[in-house]
Design a binder for this molecule. Structure first.
Ligand SMILES: Nc1ncnc2c1ncn2[C@@H]1O[C@H](COP(=O)(O)OP(=O)(O)O)[C@@H](O)[C@H]1O
Ligand SMILES: [Mg+2]
Length: 251
């Protein structure tokens, strides 16, 4: 059921050739993108962006998505987050199939199972750090003060809780954005060039924190990055080129 998916494992009941259902516990892909096509309507006619994208993500894995500017990386993330719809193809997570879901179901998927982090931190300016952190978790009905306190400690945000976003540095803002995305315990964290607007040292620090945090969490990470050194620290790497993914090593 939506929002009730086991955080780590999915269990599939397979009715085999036996007269009783055989319960097979195995790790199913967290996400399966199959044959996805997406184009945008422009005054010059349709602009093909994704032209047959296939991708499989295992639960708890981390994947770097690379590719030139304009190659369609953000488009793919938007489709996975249910912010836009594919033209052809399918995006599945367990028993869910995104293109068959209503807007309301997609909003629920995004709220409960997806964490989003962008290059421009997108914090809510009128809310203190502590309330920014809890924002999505509250929307998802998953606010867990102990988990939030853990994130605050791991992300080193303890002294900043009463501040407003404009009183924070870029690196601090991105740490809050990460905390906010993880506070709702999403199955999948989609990060679109999350360190793209930070200097190299800060970017390295934020990334280190993120990877450490995810190390002991079942959340799967799909991160867009231009940095080969960032990509090298992730378990797998794919490149989007000519509308398709190359170098997929997701098994
Ligand atoms: N809403 C839109 N309408 C028309 N064209 C778009 C839209 N969004 C993105 N594009 C175009 O689609 C291509 C891929 O964009 P994007 O997914 O943002 O690439 P990337 O994130 O890899 O830089 C670009 O040529 C971009 O201009
Ligand atoms: Mg982009």
């Amino acid at each position: 059921m939506l929002g009730q998916a086991d955080h780590q494992y999915r269990t599939k009941i397979i009715q085999g050739r036996y007269p009783w259902p055989t319960r097979i516990e195995r790790v199913l892909p967290m996400l399966e993108v199959h044959g996805v096509f997406k184009s945008y309507a422009t005054p010059q006619g349709p602009l093909p962006v994704l032209q047959g994208v296939d991708l499989t993500l295992k639960p708890g894995s981390s994947l770097a998505l690379m590719g030139e500017s304009g190659s369609g990386k953000s488009t793919l993330l938007h489709l996975i987050a249910g912010l836009d719809k594919v033209d052809h193809g399918s995006i599945r997570s367990g028993e869910l199939q995104l293109e068959r879901m209503t807007e309301g179901q997609l909003a629920h998927w995004r709220r409960t199972e997806i964490g989003l982090v962008f290059q421009q931190f997108n914090l809510i300016g009128s809310l203190r750090v502590v309330d920014n952190l809890a924002f999505q978790a509250r929307l998802a009905g998953r606010h867990d003060p102990r988990w939030q306190a853990h994130l605050v400690q791991r992300l080193g945000l303890g002294d900043l809780l009463e501040r407003y976003p404009e009183q924070l540095s870029g690196g601090q803002q991105q740490r809050v954005a990460l905390g906010r995305a993880l506070a709702s315990k999403p199955q999948l964290l989609l990060a679109d060039e999350p360190t793209g607007s930070l200097d190299e040292t800060t970017s390295g620090e934020v990334l280190k924190l993120l990877l450490e945090l995810l190390d002991d969490s079942p959340t799967t990470l799909l991160m867009v990055t231009h940095s080969p050194s960032v990509a090298a620290r992730m378990a797998e790497k794919v490149v989007l080129h000519g509308g398709r993914l190359a170098g997929v090593d997701a098994h």
